[in-house]
Design a protein around this ligand. Structure first.
Ligand code: IMP
Ligand code: MG
Length: 184
């Protein structure tokens, strides 16, 4: 008997069609803004951003390089925990135009950590593009230059986003109801 994952998908919040259309708009805007930059270094934040980065990077119309970082944040109850660097960039970003590509900005702590860490390395510019922003959940001050969609403070899965490592490969973004305490 297969064990069903706890919690459940509540329904499609952002369809595949809306995602595709919005990425085309973001790519146009970013391409316009970076025309003079020479080359933009796209820093994808693993794991969640891998799907968004793949689509965004291919839709851009400016020279670009792809790099990755991996971070993990520990949550202890509702107190968002420390952000930890799991995998760093392999190249210097000094004097480069850097665009951090994030799947989702929730409390903003992960992005704050990234911007502080990368900002200290003296890039020529440093901005962020996030597919999804939970503006009402922001707990720190971060500026997200390019935002795909703003959503309410609910848990979402799909298009790279997970719940316990599941659902990353769904082609759309869905609201997810985590299990009740005691539910299995
Ligand atoms: P932060 O609270 O902005 O630091 O969010 C950190 C990370 O939590 C994000 O990069 C995601 O990996 C994860 N996260 C936050 N909200 C969601 C969600 O609704 N679905 C899936 N992952 C999420
Ligand atoms: Mg993430």
């Amino acid at each position: 008997m297969t064990r069903q994952p706890p919690g459940r998908i509540e329904g499609v919040l952002i369809s595949r069609e809306r995602i595709v259309a919005r990425i085309a708009e973001l790519a146009d805007e970013i391409s316009r803004d970076y025309t003079e930059a020479g080359e933009v270094v796209l820093v994808g934040v693993l794991k969640g951003a891998f799907v968004f980065l793949a689509d965004l990077a291919r839709a851009l119309d400016v020279p670009r390089r792809i790099e990755f970082m991996a971070l993990s944040s520990y949550r202890d109850g509702d107190r968002a925990g420390d952000v930890r660097l799991i995998m760093d960039l392999r190249t210097s970003i000094r004097g480069r135009h850097v665009l951090v590509v994030e799947d989702i900005v929730d409390s903003g702590r992960t992005l704050r950590y990234l911007l502080d860490t990368l900002g200290a390395r003296q890039p020529a510019s440093l901005e962020c593009c996030a597919l999804v922003l939970k503006r009402s959940a922001l707990a720190v001050d971060v500026d997200v230059r390019y935002v795909g969609f703003e959503i309410p403070d609910v848990w979402v899965v799909g298009y790279g986003l997970d719940y316990g490592e599941r659902y990353r490969t769904l082609p759309y973004i869905a609201a997810f109801q985590p299990p009740e305490v005691g539910e299995d």
